[in-house]
Design a protein. Sequence first.
Length: 42
Amino acid sequence: MSFDDLMAAGSIAAARAAGKARIEGKDYVMRDGDVVDFRFNV
């Protein structure tokens, strides 16, 4: 999600509920203003 979307939603949970969060692959090119939640399997 972008930082602006996160600030508009007010929290990460609210941004996810609004559909602003995305799941990208490892070939995603980071852009300025991206908020990242790294997920991995242990």
